[in-house]
Design a protein around this ligand. Structure first.
Ligand SMILES: O=C1C[C@@](O)(C(=O)O)C[C@@H](O)[C@@H]1O
Length: 228
């Protein structure tokens, strides 16, 4: 299966691929959080869903739950990329600055999976210049550069939207989202400014990041705002 980031992709974030049937009506893809799954490869072996899979195996040093060493963690991502259903993998920008990370991305691409290069800041929204730099760096090494930051006030949210707009105008494919209550609306609004991916759990109590809307709500908001 394949996934194009030419237009907005709504990904249902989930710890289990069993969520796919419930996500089908609203999502374009399933973000499978392998780091949250008990046995991700058993799930991938059994997967017969319709939605393409974006595989994420988030490292603990980037806010995820994978405690595996980098070799094993990235090898798992490469293995996931070889499944036909896996259309994209998420690789942290910090990992892409290592030789092992670069080769994981190369192998994923050889297996026809796109690469989402990601950055997370669980404390703050960086200054505009830093945000723009991160977006450009991530978009340069990934098919999409994703930056998720913690927004604690409206100015943070505005800075994030402004940086999204500037990166998109510059020609970079980026995805952004403000984590937390103050930036919650950016999940619906950032696509208006060019953000290429949105993440939402099928049920709000299964959120994979602070401030996510449930899938049906985000789908409705994004559609109403004309991004989908
Ligand atoms: O990187 C992201 C974005 C995210 O953190 C969010 O804020 O929606 C949710 C994660 O599951 C995903 O891997």
């Amino acid at each position: 299966m394949s996934l194009s980031f030419d237009s907005f992709v709504l990904a249902a974030s989930t710890a289990t691929l069993d969520a796919e049937p419930a996500a089908r009506d609203h999502a374009d893809a399933v973000e499978f959080r392998m780091d949250l799954a008990a046995d991700p490869f058993v799930e991938l072996d059994d997967y017969d869903g319709r939605l393409p899979v974006l595989a994420t195996n988030r490292a603990s040093w980037e806010g995820g739950e994978s405690e595996a060493d980098e070799e094993a963690r990235l090898a798992s991502l490469e293995r996931a990329a070889r499944y036909d259903a896996v259309a994209a993998v998420d690789v942290e920008l910090d990992a892409l600055e290592t030789r092992r990370g670069v080769s994981a991305a190369e192998r994923a691409r050889e297996a026809d999976a796109a690469v989402v290069a990601s950055v997370h800041d669980f404390e703050r929204t960086p200054a505009t210049s830093e945000l723009r730099g991160l977006l450009h760096e991530a978009a340069s090494v990934g098919d999409v550069g994703k930056v998720a930051v913690t927004t604690t006030n409206r100015s943070d949210a505005l800075r994030l939207l402004e940086a999204t707009h500037a990166a998109t105008a510059w020609g970079d494919a980026v995805a952004t989202m403000g984590m937390g209550e103050a930036g919650r609306h950016t999940r619906a609004v950032a696509p208006v400014y060019g953000s290429k991916i949105g993440y939402a759990p099928v049920h709000e109590d299964e959120a994979t990041a602070p401030g996510q809307y449930d899938l049906a709500t985000l789908a409705r908001l994004v559609e109403r705002l004309g991004s989908r």
